[in-house]
Design a protein around this ligand. Structure first.
Ligand SMILES: O=C(CO)COP(=O)(O)O
Length: 146
């Protein structure tokens, strides 16, 4: 079975929390391929001492790159500790990332408790595959498969 892919993203005030969370769940993360936005990815790499596929920093387009990977079906789980107390310069990109994850039926954890539930779920570690997104309500929208 190909390894599953998890994207880890955190805003600056939440980075320490995400690194500590990742260290706590090092064993659960071990079989997964980890993706991350630029700065988060570097901190996770250092914190776990293992490679992370790093994209651009969020404000420079990293959220959009993660969103594109989701649209391509490359991400199985998004853990995104966004900051509920501080506006970000790239708020539209953050909204877009959360939107695309909802659209493509990708599980999203936005805080430690939901991340705990998801990373320890047997569904993630067995051969569960989420339903493909159902676009039938949007019959006029074309996709490359049409
Ligand atoms: O801004 C981010 C997510 O919206 C994260 O970007 P960095 O990981 O580069 O800080």
């Amino acid at each position: 079975m190909a390894s599953k892919n998890v994207a880890l993203v955190a805003h600056d005030n939440k980075k320490k929390e995400l690194v500590a969370w990742a260290q706590k769940h090092k064993d659960h993360l071990a079989p997964l391929t980890i993706w991350g936005t630029g700065t988060t990815g570097r901190l996770i790499e250092e914190g776990l001492n293992r490679p992370v596929t790093r994209l651009l920093s969020g404000p420079l387009g990293g959220d959009q790159q993660i969103g594109a990977k989701i649209a391509e079906g490359a991400i199985d789980l998004l853990i995104f500790f966004w900051d509920p107390l501080e506006p970000q310069p790239h708020d539209p990109d953050i909204k877009a990332l959360l939107r695309i994850a909802a659209l493509y039926n990708v599980p999203v954890a936005c805080n430690k408790a939901s991340a705990d539930f998801m990373i320890m779920s047997p569904l993630l570690h067995n051969d569960y595959t989420a339903d493909a997104p159902d676009f039938s309500a949007y019959a006029n929208r074309s996709t490359p498969a049409d």
